[in-house]
Design a protein around this ligand. Sequence first.
Ligand SMILES: CC(C)(COP(=O)(O)OP(=O)(O)OC[C@H]1O[C@@H](n2cnc3c(N)ncnc32)[C@H](O)[C@@H]1OP(=O)(O)O)[C@@H](O)C(=O)NCCC(=O)NCCS
Length: 185
Amino acid sequence: MSDYNVKNLEPSDFDDLMYLEEEVFGAEGESTLGPYYVRLCCDFFGQHCFLCLNDGKPVGYLLSFVRDREAYCTTLAVTPEFQGTRAVPLLLRAFVGSIADRVDSCWFTVKADNKAARALHASLGATEIGVRHGFYGPTDERIVSKIDAAAFAKLRARYVRLGLLTPSRPVEPPSPMLYASPMLA
Ligand SMILES: CC(C)(COP(=O)(O)OP(=O)(O)OC[C@H]1O[C@@H](n2cnc3c(N)ncnc32)[C@H](O)[C@@H]1OP(=O)(O)O)[C@@H](O)C(=O)NCCC(=O)NCCS
């Protein structure tokens, strides 16, 4: 049986992230994240960003940012070969575990035709609350959805029931990575 490993992003994951961007979005003719953004995720925001490996091979990733008591999940992607496998639930488990005691709500944006992503957000308790026009460019439109405080409490309770989270955890201290100088490494 193949072995999955989900880990926080680290500076050394930069090449894997750039590869996955090409495999998932580039292959579909969509624009990909620039190296500057990916470098920031790997070097500074790894506390809430995750990479999924299958037998050591990168197969998926989730990027997110936390500000105050809100999370914003900007990307969740899995290579076509690994869609419909355990990769997504494992990435979500790592993500929800990392934010459960840090935030009260979580935002997503998604294109209207992305049925899989919309279904996934809904399964987490997110509600679609509007459309942003001109999001990534003049003609770009994104649905904005949110797991609000009530839905987030339910999600958290579900994870506790499933044994994926402990009932209460102390607030995590800031990541030591915030104090490192990875740009100089
Ligand atoms: C979005 C993505 C991560 C979902 O991963 P996945 O492994 O396909 O997810 P699942 O197979 O668990 O499907 C998630 C849900 O969507 C549903 N779904 C999958 N494909 C679907 C489709 N084409 N139409 C409607 N529903 C679909 C599944 O049935 C499932 O719902 P359920 O839990 O009620 O059964 C994956 O499709 C992907 O990487 N897409 C490309 C990148 C992307 O667009 N990311 C989102 C925006 S950043």
